[in-house]
Design a protein around this ligand. Structure first.
Ligand SMILES: [Zn+2]
Length: 413
């Protein structure tokens, strides 16, 4: 926000006159302040795809670096029913979450001043399923309701109160309660199952994730077809096999078999190249019936537009090629972006450039008949064309506002 000189003079006068001006601290619309750092999340969500809203109970462990009576985080179009901060001694304090900027910057007031320590924030809330394919959103196919997610770049704040920046990587414990007959998926393998006494709901607990930024959290609920792929075998770098599955809208399962069959070799290629094992405990490829991007590299649960993965004997050769290439790009991100994550959006070109570069290498090695080296040349010429415009932006564009973030995903990157 830019201030006029008159306003600035008035603000300085006010600062001299009163300590109350502290309450008028500027809203951090760029990066959040460094004095509060999330350490872990527990997300407990109740999701019925046939409803219009979902409910959440979220606990966030936070390290306060200095004494404070409030902190800043992100929440957008979320109705918080109760908020509390539990201090290091276990004492709860009623808190209040107030959204201070339309981009979803929110202040959490503790109602008391707490010294530097580890605290836990607890929120009970509800939120609508997003209608713009962001956060946790819902798509109807006929009478079937599918819920899935897209958090990148800054839409996790639609799904749960969060420190919605890539530099904050923490473990997530995810628990989902859904109607008993719905398929349900998240980033990791399931570890727990229970049913409500009336048998209408089931509650699935998922294994704690490796440290992830909020933008890589994913889940899905609905009448999905879930088909097993070939398990990705153990090898010298990784002692456990990686379960592989394909997920698509009702009836799409058989069309996912081809891409599932390609996937173990692609994973192995990157493991051999990086000498780093596949980083997560399973790999799901989910074709969503409506999706804002082409695909999204969520850790362990990659989401694609379903048309990109659905292949059968009537598909043209170009569909096989593009399915292979997009899958190889998203799998490359499991290392480049997911295992190693850039701290801020001005470096996101590293995510995209490394994944694109690695995909080209994998395609040339595994599918030489796709002429991946020519595709790479085409891509280079396309980027050079964009870069020759007077309006061309820098590769490492400074990110000053939330709006700049979306601009960082283009051909130049
Ligand atoms: Zn990418």
């Amino acid at each position: 926000m830019r201030m006029t000189s008159g306003l600035l003079a008035a603000a300085m006068t006010a600062a001299l006159l009163s300590r109350a001006v502290v309450a008028a601290e500027a809203v951090p619309t760029g990066k959040l302040p460094d004095d509060a750092k999330p350490l872990a999340y527990a997300l407990d969500l109740k999701i019925d795809p046939k409803a219009d809203r979902f409910n959440g109970h979220v606990r966030i462990k936070v390290r306060l670096a200095t004494s404070a009576d409030h902190l800043w985080l992100h929440a957008r179009e979320i109705d918080v029913a109760t908020a509390a901060v539990i201090d290091a001694a276990g004492k709860p304090h009623e808190a209040k979450l107030s959204v201070r900027d339309p981009s979803g910057v929110a202040e959490v007031a503790f109602g008391t001043t707490l010294p530097a320590q580890d605290v836990e924030l607890v929120f009970d809330y509800s939120a609508p399923f997003n209608t713009k394919l962001q956060g946790i959103y819902k798509v109807m196919v006929g009478h079937d309701a599918y819920v899935t997610t897209q958090m990148e770049a800054i839409s996790a704040r639609h799904a749960f109160p969060s420190f919605d920046e890539p530099r904050f990587k923490t473990p997530f414990d995810i628990v989902l309660t859904v109607p008993r007959d719905e398929a349900v998926l998240a980033n990791t393998q399931r570890t727990g199952y229970s049913e409500s006494p009336d048998k209408k709901w089931k509650t699935i607990a998922f294994a704690r994730t490796r440290p992830l930024p909020t933008y890589l959290v994913a889940l899905a609920v609905g009448p999905w077809d879930v088909v097993d792929g070939p398990t990705i075998p153990a090898n010298a770098l990784r002692k456990d096999p990686v379960p592989l599955r394909g997920i698509g809208p009702r009836g799409a399962g058989p069309q996912l078999k081809w891409i599932l069959g390609q996937t173990p070799a692609t994973v192995k290629y990157y493991e051999d190249y990086t000498q780093q094992p596949y980083p997560f405990d399973k790999l799901d490829l989910l074709g969503a019936p409506d999706f804002s991007a082409g695909a999204m590299e969520n850790a362990g649960l990659i989401v694609y537009r379903d048309v990109l993965l659905r292949i059968d004997d009537k598909s043209p050769a170009s569909s096989y090629r593009s399915a292979f290439n997009v899958n190889a790009h998203e799998i490359a991100h499991q290392w480049f972006g997911d295992l190693v994550t850039v701290p801020w959006w001005d470096d996101v070109w590293l995510n995209e450039a490394y994944a694109t570069w690695a995909q080209g290498k994998a395609t040339v090695a595994l599918r030489p008949e796709y002429l991946g080296d020519l595709s790479r040349l085409e891509g280079t010429l396309h980027a050079m064309n964009g870069d020759s415009q007077l309006s061309a932006r820098r590769i490492r564009q400074p990110i000053a506002s939330q709006d700049d973030i979306e601009n960082a995903f283009d051909g130049i990157t």
